[in-house]
Ligand binder design. Structure first.
Ligand code: NOJ
Length: 477
């Protein structure tokens, strides 16, 4: 379909309505997407995070992180796996970044390990840790890859976690110091910054669910950590603004639509409550809207942690909002479940589409719906898809990985992003999670989300078919 015809149909149907969107998605299925469809300023990248790939857990003055401690002592991760070696990126960063260049990937989103930079959490800076990320950044720049730096992707020095981590209000000072060190050291070279990665994940899965570090099961911890992580987003944003000229500053959120099972009112209510927790709770205060207590009264336990001036300090004018979408969830009422009084329905009951290794329904329209939801906030200036991808069981045949499901997944999600973009939403970029297979937190190494396969015994990298497709797509052919 030509762009002109597309726009005519859009005009006739009225852009933005959900039904026309589905119709248009269908109309678009025959169209092969091209890089140029997204415009020349659109940023294309892949993403990773320090603990998931680096290894070198105690090298060159790095202290034990909360994830080192959690994997070494708590044994909650599948097969008791750890990030001690992971993808050995600490040693192999040069060849990995060269591989990115070979694959035509223009931007690389990575995170820094706080425990390499400030082994005691605060105070003495570890020059060897600082130097490592200088080498990573310099290598990116040399290969013409734009570095996108995430300050906090879930790992902190264990000395701070032992003091309560995000449940402790002191964290606001510790975090400000850490981000300031990053901004001062890398600000001349790195212009694109993300403050915190998915605050929902470490507060919910770490302090309440007990499956991520530090592994506590406590509502008290959950509520306090929510407030401090929300504040952390803005405090970090301000520290970068103050120290980096022309910085492009964002922070990233879990984003997924919720539906009620069989559209029953009682299930729709559960979906609404889940939406508050998953999608709204961390962004609304930053935008000056306060916590959505009206829609989920239990959030009064979070509000209780507000101190004088917090209402002002919690706000920050981000240049972009990173959204990370993989799936949607269909919710069913179950009164005894605290907080949202319901649970997700098994995706097998919901869809005939594939389900990924993470147990997530493949649901491309979800990314469109999430983009629309986040873009509807007047304070959101630009959206970047800072993560999207899929874990499927990969098989190596004659040194190749024919992961057609992953390639299809990426194409289908990109089409939905394009739909939202064509409706006029400012979407500035897309990062595949992940550049390479890596340590998938509580799930260990089984889920494979990379577009590059990693053999953990030999550390051999194989570009999967999805990676070859991405590289060809990026070459503009
Ligand atoms: C969210 C996280 O940011 C990332 O660390 C994780 O590996 C992916 N999504 C997949 O679960």
């Amino acid at each position: 379909m030509t762009r002109e015809n597309y726009l005519k149909i859009m005009a006739a149907l009225g852009a933005g309505a959900l039904l026309p969107q589905n119709l248009l998605a269908e109309l678009l299925t025959g169209e092969e997407i091209k890089r140029s469809d997204f415009g020349k300023d659109f940023v294309w990248g892949t993403a990773t995070a320090a603990y998931q790939i680096e290894g070198g857990w105690n090298e060159d003055g790095k202290s034990e992180s909360n994830w080192d401690y959690f994997t070494h002592h708590k044994h909650k991760v599948k097969n008791h796996e750890t990030g001690d070696v992971a993808d050995d990126f600490y040693r192999r960063y040069e060849s990995d970044i060269e591989l990115m260049r070979k694959m035509n990937i223009p931007a690389y989103r990575f995170s820094t390990a706080w425990s390499r930079i400030l082994p005691n959490g605060t105070g003495i800076v570890n020059q060897k840790g600082i130097d490592f990320y200088h080498r990573v950044i310099d290598k990116c720049l040399k290969e013409n890859i734009e570095p996108w730096l995430t300050c906090y992707h879930w790992d902190m020095p264990q000395v701070l976690e032992a003091k309560g981590g995000w449940t402790n209000r002191e964290m606001l000072k510790w975090f400000e110091e850490y981000v300031t060190v990053l901004a001062k050291n890398y600000g001349d070279k790195v212009k694109n910054w993300m403050v915190i990665n998915e605050p929902l994940s470490f507060t919910l899965a770490g302090y309440l669910g007990g499956v991520n570090a530090p592994g506590t099961v406590s509502f008290k911890n959950f509520y306090s950590s929510i407030h401090h992580a929300t504040m952390g987003q803005s405090i970090g944003g301000r520290a970068i603004r103050a120290n980096v000229k022309n910085a492009n500053i964002g922070t990233t959120f879990v984003a997924m639509p919720f539906d009620g099972w069989k559209n029953k009112p009682i299930n729709n209510e559960v979906a609404k409550r889940a939406d508050v927790i998953i999608n709204r709770m961390f962004i609304e205060p930053v935008l000056g809207m306060g916590y959505p207590v009206k829609d989920l009264p239990a959030l009064k336990h979070v509000v209780k942690h507000m101190k004088e001036d917090d209402e002002q300090k919690i706000k920050f004018d981000f240049d972009f909002i990173g959204i990370q979408n993989y799936t949607r969830m269909v919710m069913k009422s179950l009164a005894l479940i605290p907080l949202i009084h319901g649970l997700p329905v098994n995706p097998k009951k919901v869809t005939t589409q594939d389900i990924t290794q993470m147990g997530w329904e493949v649901y491309p329209e979800g990314i469109y719906r999430s983009i629309k939801q986040f873009a509807a906030y007047p304070g959101v200036k630009k959206i970047i898809i800072t993560e999207n991808g899929a874990g499927f069981d990969d098989v190596v045949i004659n040194g190749e990985v024919h992961d057609s499901k992953r390639t299809q997944y990426i194409k289908d999600y990109l089409k939905q992003i394009l739909l939202a973009k064509r409706e006029g939403i400012d979407i500035g970029g897309y990062f595949i999670w992940s550049f390479m297979d890596n340590f998938e937190w509580a799930e260990g190494y089984r889920p494979q989300l990379g577009i590059v396969r990693v053999d953990y015994k030999t550390q051999e990298r194989i570009i999967k078919d999805s990676g070859k497709w991405y590289s060809e797509f990026l070459s503009g052919k």
